[in-house]
Design a protein around this ligand. Structure first.
Ligand SMILES: [Zn+2]
Length: 90
């Protein structure tokens, strides 16, 4: 029997950055590879993902979601504080 030509499927390709696993496209679905819950938040128009267990964070795009437009500078300041001392993963 003739074998079917197999094309490699890169359909559910995931990208890795440190402890983060990004199902394409980020920031929609970013998980921690250790199974921790991740937290998505904005600082200005930029989106970030953080894992509070690993104490890491990464930039996840900008203006993908428009919710940042309805947030306050105070909240962004709080978000910035929330990852103080965390390690940046790129
Ligand atoms: Zn983690």
């Amino acid at each position: 029997m003739k074998k079917k030509n197999q094309t490699s499927k890169v359909h559910c390709e995931a990208a890795y950055a440190g402890n983060f696993v990004m199902k394409v496209p980020p920031p929609v679905d970013v998980e921690c590879r250790h199974g921790h819950k991740t937290r998505l938040f904005n600082i200005g128009r930029n989106h970030f993902v953080a894992c509070d267990e690993c104490r890491t964070w990464m930039w996840a795009g900008n203006n993908v979601f428009s919710d940042w437009k309805y947030e306050s500078k105070e909240l962004w300041e709080k978000n910035r504080e929330s990852i103080k001392g965390y390690r940046e993963v790129a």
